[in-house]
Design a protein around this ligand. Structure first.
Ligand code: XMP
Length: 500
């Protein structure tokens, strides 16, 4: 070690600092929380759900995008399963579905039922071998088929047969709404001049657009979604399948992004024109030089966090990491001059930490424990002493490391242990636990974004750019932290945004 002042570099985290209040003429409801996720993608709420198997699968990703954030699908599952989750999100909501799920007249009602259940849709267009629309089958058509007859009843016997009310390609949304109203229908198949099905517009999609005006969407009106990959083994194949399924953002998700394998796959993805439409996030790093390496490799956003997570043990197992506010600040010094957004990943406990992360230099934050208790996270409710919890585990926990595909564990390469031959030789860097049940994501996200708006009011910031520019920190002591939390009273009613 040749550092001149080896212990002079102090690392601070969320609980070490507070934001100074400043003159304000902003009320919280006026604050605009939109921010940059990557070089090309904006979000209206700067929240991401973590790529963890107890946090983000398709349900969470749909819910996050509807709230104006983004979900990153975890990679502790087969390539086919992860790609199918991307597909589910991309199909969940759309201006127009360009490749609708279809069935044929010879399929059985049971098969249609299964498809509708999987894709959470209420009916399917029926096409012939040439793709020509020959009918439509919806819940209404299947209602009177008894459960015993579903496996033997053919679609042709119950479907609504062509000619159907259809729309032409490029139809104006207002014209589609008029057709729905005039004909009292809920699905409008779009056909070309030969009568071949080219798309589908549904009433539900219009309803959802009204209900979630700030949703994170692609130019075709579909919800956006991200997905994690590694850098080892079949990582390239995974990236390709995710791309084919329509993923918007790929996150090269590892515990140490400043490493040859990670930088190499980012470079390759950025060079390959097939991936032109997808933004690539690299991580994780916790230093300026680590962030610089990702910038140089071409990453479209830098994910920061080595060991801050609620379930992480990296800092005690390896003795490595940087307290998160300092890590984010240092990384931003490398990323900002290049206009590359920074993601503060892990360690956030309260809504107030979001503004602290943004002022330190982040553009968005990634959350694990704060979201793992939501209805939309994978896993069932667990009852402990009459209270409701959900399981939450680190991707470096033994349980996650031992989840395996055909040949190896998916999670092992996140911790650079793909070469470890047996489970008893794994070095865990996370724990398995439980978090309190928190209800639907919509209420949790509302409180988190609401907390951020309060921060913006106190600091006099109308936009995230202003918050980052005007925000100033004061360092606090242990006494200051104690004073910051409720003290000297017995809490009798839990607030929706505060738990100890
Ligand atoms: P929070 O604090 O939001 O953190 O629960 C979520 C982030 O933690 C990271 N992560 C891990 N880090 N060991 C680690 O050192 C682990 O087992 C582990 N699992 C997840 C990850 O960056 C996530 O977004």
């Amino acid at each position: 070690m040749d550092q001149a002042d080896p212990f002079g570099f102090i690392g601070l985290t969320y609980d070490d600092v507070m934001l100074l209040p400043g003159h304000t003429d902003v009320i919280p409801s006026e604050a605009d929380t939109s921010s940059r996720l990557t070089r090309r993608i904006e979000v209206s709420t700067p929240l991401l759900s973590a790529a963890m198997d107890t946090v983000t699968e398709s349900r969470m990703a749909v819910a996050m995008a509807r709230q104006g954030g983004l979900g990153i699908l975890h990679r502790n599952l087969s390539i086919a399963d992860q790609a199918s989750q991307v597909d589910l999100v991309k199909r969940s909501e759309s201006g127009m579905v360009t490749d609708p799920v279809t069935t044929t007249a010879d399929a059985t009602v049971a098969e249609v039922d299964a498809l509708c259940g999987h894709f959470r849709v209420s009916g399917l267009p029926v096409v012939d071998q040439a793709g020509v629309l020959v009918g439509i089958i919806t819940n209404r058509d299947m209602r009177f088929v008894s459960p015993f007859e579903k496996a033997t009843t053919l679609v042709r016997d119950v479907m609504t047969k062509a000619p159907l009310i259809t729309g032409r390609q490029g139809i104006d949304p207002d014209d589609a709404i008029a057709i729905f109203a005039q004909h009292k229908i809920e699905k409008l198949p779009i056909v070309d001049e030969q009568g071949r099905l080219t798309g589908l517009i549904t009433v539900k999609d219009f309803d959802k657009s009204e209900k979630y005006p700030n949703a994170t969407k692609d130019p075709a009106g579909r919800l956006r979604v991200g997905a994690a990959i590694g850098f080892f083994g079949d990582a390239w194949q995974r990236a390709t399948s995710l791309l084919e399924a329509g993923v918007d953002v790929i996150v090269v998700d590892t515990a140490n992004g400043d490493s040859a394998g990670v930088l190499d796959i980012i470079r390759r993805l950025k060079r390959d024109s097939a991936f032109e439409a997808v933004d690539i996030i690299g991580g994780n790093v916790a230093t300026r030089s680590g962030a610089q390496a990702l910038v140089d490799a071409g990453a479209d956003a830098i994910k920061v966090g080595v060991g801050p997570g609620s379930i992480c043990t990296t800092r005690v197992v390896a003795g490595v990491g940087v307290p998160q506010v300092t890590a984010v600040y240092e990384a931003s010094l490398a990323a900002k001059p290049h206009g590359i957004p920074v993601i503060a990943d892990g360690g956030l406990q309260y809504s107030g930490d979001i503004a602290k992360a943004l002022v330190a230099g982040a553009d968005t934050v990634m959350l694990g424990s704060l979201l793992a208790g939501c209805d939309e996270s994978p896993g069932d409710l667990v009852f402990v002493n009459g209270k409701q919890y959900k399981n939450y585990r680190g991707m470096g926990s033994l349980g996650a490391l031992q989840t395996r595909g055909e040949k190896t564990s998916y999670s092992k390469d996140r911790y650079f242990q793909s070469d470890v031959p047996s489970d008893d030789k794994l070095i865990a860097e996370g724990i398995e636990g439980q978090v309190p049940y928190r209800g639907p994501l919509a209420s949790v996200a509302y409180q988190l974004a609401g907390g951020l708006r309060q921060s913006m009011f106190y600091t006099g910031a109308r936009t995230i750019a202003e918050l980052k520019e005007k925000g100033r920190f004061v360092r606090i002591t242990a006494a200051g932290l104690k004073e910051s939390h409720p003290h000297d009273v017995q809490m009798v009613v839990e607030a929706p945004n505060y738990r100890r």
